[in-house]
Design a protein around this ligand. Structure first.
Ligand SMILES: Nc1ncnc2c1ncn2[C@@H]1O[C@H](COP(=O)(O)OP(=O)(O)OP(=O)(O)O)[C@@H](O)[C@H]1O
Ligand SMILES: [Mg+2]
Length: 294
C-alpha cells in the first residue's frame, strides 16, 4: 500500500464532483459508480482520466468490490485499523480545545492503480451518524478543498446510501452535480420525489451550487414488457421527472454482475462495457456543456 498522492502538476485539472444518489435502495447506484470509475480509468480508448471514488455508504459495497479487484492488502487488517476510511471525517471530536484540521490525502486515500483512487467506506459510519455533530456535514467538502483535490482528479464520484443521513447531505454539499440511477418499477417515482425534497431542503438552507446531471436507467431487460413500458411512461409523465435530463445510455440487465465469476464490477462483462462506454461519453459531454445544464 503506497500512500503517496501525486501533487498537482503545471497543467492543473479542474475536476468535477458528482454524487450518485437515489433515495430508493437497490437501483444500481453502487454498481454504476464503480463501473464508471473503472471504465474511465482503465478501459477508455481516449486518454484515461484520473478518478477518486468516495464511498459514503456504511454498507461499503463499492469499497469491497474495488479492493477485491485492485488491492493486494486486506481491508480489515490494513485499512480499517488505521482508520484510512471516510469515518475519519465524521468521528466525534475527542479534544474540543483543538481546532479541526482536514486530514491529508495520504491519511484517507487508498491508491488502487495510477488513475483510480478510493476513499474507503466504513461500517462504523452507522454509529457515527448517531453521534456526529451536524457541523461535521461540511467536512467532506473541506477535505476536498483543503487538499485541492479538484486539481488532482478529473472526476470525484461519491457513492451515496439510499437514506437521508449526514452522509448524503455531506456528499451533496461537496458536489457540483448529482446523478440519479433509476430502475423501472412501480415505486420509482417515490425515490425521485424524496430526493427532490431533500435537495430542495438542502439548497434552501445552505448556499450550495448543485445541479442535476441527469437520470440513468439501470438494469434494463433487452425488451421491456408492456407493463414495464407502461410504468416507464407513467414515470416520465410526472412533473418531477420532466425537469430531469434522461440519459440515452442505460445499463442492461447483466446477470453475471450478481453471480458471475468475474465479480460485481460491470467492466468485467462485455455487454456492460459497451453500456458504460456510451454512458461515459454522454456523461463527459454533459459535464463539458457545464453551465448550460438545467
Ligand atoms: N446492470 C446490472 N445487471 C444486473 N444486475 C445488476 C446490475 N446493476 C446492479 N445489479 C445488481 O442489483 C443489485 C443492486 O445493485 P447496487 O448494489 O449497485 O444498488 P444500490 O442502489 O447501490 O443499492 P443500495 O441502495 O443498497 O446502496 C445488486 O445485486 C447488483 O449486483
Ligand atoms: Mg449502494
Amino acid at each position: 500500500m503506497n500512500g503517496h498522492i501525486e501533487l498537482p502538476s503545471d497543467n492543473e485539472k479542474n475536476g468535477k464532483i458528482i454524487s450518485f444518489i437515489n433515495m430508493k435502495g437497490g437501483v444500481g447506484k453502487t454498481t454504476l459508480s464503480v463501473g464508471i470509475a473503472d471504465f474511465l480509468t482503465h478501459y477508455r480508448e481516449e486518454s484515461n482520466l484520473k478518478v477518486l471514488l468516495i464511498d459514503a455508504d456504511p454498507q461499503f459495497n463499492a469499497t469491497q468490490a474495488l479492493l477485491d479487484s485492485y488491492f493486494d492488502g486486506d481491508y480489515f487488517e490494513d485499512i480499517l485499523p488505521n482508520e484510512k476510511t471516510i469515518n475519519k471525517l465524521f468521528k466525534p471530536q475527542v479534544q474540543f480545545s483543538q481546532q479541526y484540521k482536514s486530514p491529508f490525502p495520504d491519511e484517507m486515500i487508498v491508491e488502487l492503480s495510477d488513475n483510480l483512487h478510493i476513499v474507503c467506506g466504513d461500517l462504523n459510519l452507522v454509529l457515527a451518524n448517531k453521534s456526529s455533530d451536524y457541523t461535521h456535514v461540511k467536512r467532506l467538502k473541506r477535505f476536498i478543498k483543503d487538499n485541492s483535490l479538484r486539481e488532482i482528479y478529473d472526476l470525484i464520484i461519491i457513492d451515496c446510501p439510499p437514506t437521508l443521513t449526514i452522509y448524503t447531505d455531506s456528499a451533496l454539499m461537496a458536489s457540483d452535480y448529482y446523478l440519479v440511477p433509476n430502475r423501472i418499477d412501480r415505486y420509482s417515482i417515490i425515490g425521485i420525489s424524496s430526493l427532490q425534497k431533500a435537495i430542495n431542503n438542502l439548497t434552501g438552507e445552505e448556499d450550495i451550487d448543485l445541479e442535476c446531471l441527469g437520470l440513468i436507467y439501470t438494469i434494463l431487460d433487452d425488451e421491456l414488457t408492456l407493463k414495464q413500458q407502461e410504468m416507464k411512461s407513467n414515470f416520465e409523465s410526472k412533473e418531477e421527472v420532466q425537469q430531469i435530463y434522461i440519459f440515452t445510455g442505460y445499463t442492461s440487465n447483466v446477470k453475471d454482475i450478481q453471480i458471475g465469476k468475474q465479480g460485481p464490477i460491470p467492466t468485467r462483462y462485455k455487454k456492460s462495457r459497451t453500456d458504460l462506454a456510451d454512458i461515459c461519453a454522454e456523461l463527459l459531454d454533459r459535464i463539458q456543456q457545464g453551465d448550460n445544464i438545467v
